[in-house]
Design a protein around this ligand. Structure first.
Ligand code: ATP
Ligand code: MG
Length: 392
């Protein structure tokens, strides 16, 4: 049986001794000599081509260790990290997970928890399963010209910048998509091509056929250029496309069409979150209200739909409270009105942050991306670390 090289790193002598003792109870773990030299740790682990385990105590020198963990998780694919801390908090756990640790335990260590964590890591090392954590977020409104494409394209780019993970942006406006104009792209392939080749698709195919936005981790799937191509697309194919994309991307952002056409509904059905865009005027709010009723009829969980008020102004005649009363739902996000910044970005074919990252609207898209990614991390972790988080 091939042993898993295990490196322990804790400045605290007693923690370190306990860890050594616990690790020695596993026949398939082989303890490596301890060192407190950060660069040596990286060197040792990056030279191990077989499976390895890194147990790191973040009770002190937290940031340096987070940096080291990130480097290891990015460059040593066969190394799993177990992080420890004597001072856990939700924020720390988020940082630890972002740095690539697969398990987390509090110090002092409880034997049973330690064994559980190690067993999980060993099974991940033995049969690396791809955990599908992709989230599909549709940006929708049943009224046109409300700011969907602006939100979808800027949000997708900000998410890719914040998370550094692969994000797909899909234009579901089959007859007059705008994403290629908004981002000034001339993609070689579009959604029709992708659907025609759906059975051949794998990660390499996806990453080479979707249009990568500059040097980012944002990939765009454009609408078909000819009306005719859209007619032949069946809603079931949309579901199949999403299932395929989910294996490669961490986020799929859908710029949905302002309609209840079957393809569009398929996209909404498959979404984990719908950002329902509205503005603070009565006709639009009425439409939004109708839309919420329809989502109810479609059986969507109320939590799935989030209200985004675009072009928000503090001095709007219709106030936040009024909106929430009309919709019987809380506002999730407000995007400030900034016609100049938005138009200048659209006309230049760049995201708003390129025009000026400090404008209120650019900041709002960025904050929204941060909020969404933080919440998803928290949800994922809540599932995995239910016991620990319940103590906060
Ligand atoms: N936050 C904002 N502040 C000011 N103006 C905005 C804002 N967001 C969008 N707009 C304006 O609204 C117009 C429509 O935006 P966008 O194209 O993003 O909407 P859409 O819902 O995708 O439209 P369509 O239904 O045609 O696809 C933009 O050209 C811009 O002028
Ligand atoms: Mg649009």
């Amino acid at each position: 049986m091939q042993k898993i090289s295990t490196l322990i790193f804790s400045e605290d002598l007693s923690t370190s001794e306990v860890l050594k003792l616990l690790v020695s109870e596993f026949d398939n773990l082989e303890l490596l000599e301890q060192t407190s030299d950060f660069s040596k740790i990286f060197e040792i682990l990056s030279n191990i081509t077989d499976k390895s385990l890194f147990i790191v105590d973040l009770s002190v020198k937290k940031q340096e260790k987070l940096d080291l963990m990130l480097k290891i998780s990015q460059q040593c694919p066969n190394c799993k990290i177990l992080a420890l801390s004597d001072n856990p908090s939700v924020d720390l756990i988020i940082q630890i997970m972002r740095a690539g640790a697969k398990e987390f335990l509090t110090v002092p260590i409880l034997k049973n928890e330690f064994f559980d964590a190690i067993n999980k890591l060993i099974s991940q090392l033995e049969e690396p399963k791809k955990i599908n954590k992709c989230k599909i977020i549709s940006v929708f409104s049943n009224k046109g010209g409300i700011g969907k494409t602006s939100l979808a394209s800027n949000l997708a780019l900000e998410l890719s910048k914040i998370t550094k993970e692969n994000v797909a942006l899909i234009d579901m406006n089959f007859q007059m998509g705008d994403i290629t104009t908004f981002l000034d792209l001339k993609p070689s392939f579009n959604i029709s091509y992708m659907l025609e080749n759906i059975d051949k698709i794998n990660e390499t195919f996806l990453l080479s056929t979707l249009e990568r936005y500059k040097n980012s981790s944002l990939y765009v799937l454009a609408d078909p250029p000819y009306f005719k191509q859209a007619d032949t697309i069946h809603p079931k194919q949309i579901t199949k496309l999403f299932n395929t994309l989910k294996e490669t991307f961490s986020y799929i952002i859908v710029d949905a069409e302002a309609s209840f056409d079957g393809k569009n509904i398929a996209a909404l059905d498959n979404s984990d979150m719908i950002l329902l865009v509205s503005v603070a005027n009565l006709p639009t709010l009425r439409n939004t209200q109708r839309c919420l009723e329809l989502f109810d009829k479609l059986g969507y969980d109320k939590e799935k739909t989030k209200i985004v008020i675009n072009r928000y102004m503090e001095n709007d005649e219709i106030k936040e409270d009024d909106i929430e009363k009309v919709l019987s739902k809380q506002i999730y996000w407000k995007i400030p009105n900034n016609y100049f910044a938005i138009m200048s970005a659209i006309n230049k074919g760049v995201p708003v942050s390129i025009i000026n990252s400090s404008t209120n609207v650019a900041q709002s898209y960025k904050d929204l991306a941060q909020h969404i990614s933080d919440n998803l991390y928290k949800q994922n972790m809540a599932k995995r670390f239910e016991n620990i988080l319940n103590n906060f």
